[in-house]
Design a protein around this ligand. Structure first.
Ligand SMILES: [Zn+2]
Length: 250
């Protein structure tokens, strides 16, 4: 299958679905659901979906979350269960890598969007681990974050996925990171870490209700305000028609 055929199928432009193997990569549990949940819902009946979460260890839960669990092991286990639940909605495989997210690496809410203080060797380790999982899954298409909003964990994963362009026969799409992309400063941002060949606004109108419903499995992270924000963003982006935005790199 050529990259062109894969992308045509994703856009619904082929005569029928091609039965793709799709690996969707999240920096944190919930990123793929927020940013690419519509496309994955469109594809999940005809394709084999794999979900890969990179920063699986965390002590971060939303301020609204019940019980306010702060213990790292408990939060990590809770977030993993939410990821597994989401995977079940898509009949997908789910794999969670044990890297520590910014909540465990001495970043605060501002610092995690600014300068990285992580050692280069550690970033290399993440990249090697991520590339290993990609090779094992043998996808036709990898979907990963564009790094909009500059969250350091998203940037690390975006850079690692960017290097996959060397792999023959593998198509790569970068998703618009939500909720950052819905924030004022980032609404019209385009990826600045690689050259873009094209922007794809993919129609998720038929999948929108399921996408928003499925976000409900991430109880420790996503409240009703965020669900409305994701829904409104999709309609605003498509001038009334719900879309998700993706980029193809040069
Ligand atoms: Zn994230």
């Amino acid at each position: 299958m050529t990259n062109e055929q894969v992308l045509q199928s994703v856009l619904g432009l082929t005569a029928g679905p091609l039965g793709l193997r799709v690996l969707a990569v999240s920096p944190h549990p919930d990123d793929v659901a927020l940013s690419a949940g519509g496309l994955l819902w469109n594809l999940h009946r005809s394709s084999t979906i794999g979900l890969l979460t990179v920063f699986g260890r965390s002590r971060w839960i939303s301020h609204n979350a019940v019980n306010q669990v702060k213990d790292v092991e408990a939060v990590t286990a809770l977030r993993r269960r939410e990821d597994m639940k989401y995977a079940r909605q898509l009949a997908a495989d789910c794999d969670v890598l044990p890297f520590e997210d910014t909540s465990l690496r001495n970043y605060d809410d501002v610092g995690e969007r600014e300068q990285s203080h992580d050692p280069a060797s550690w970033r290399e380790q993440i990249k090697a681990s991520l590339h290993g999982r990609v090779m094992q899954f043998r996808p036709d298409l990898v979907i990963g974050p564009a790094g909009i909003g500059n969250h350091i964990d998203h940037v690390i994963v975006s850079d690692a996925i960017n290097e996959l362009r060397q792999v023959p026969g593998l198509a790569v799409l970068f998703y618009q990171d939500l909720p950052y992309a819905a924030e004022h400063d980032w609404q019209s941002a385009t990826p600045d870490r690689f050259a873009i060949a094209g922007t794809l606004d993919i129609d998720i109108e038929a999948a929108l209700d399921e996408k928003i419903r499925n976000l409900g499995v991430y109880e420790s992270q996503i409240d009703n305000n965020l669900r409305s924000c994701v829904k409104n963003h999709a309609r605003k982006l498509g001038n009334g028609l719900a879309v998700e935005r993706y980029w193809v790199r040069k």
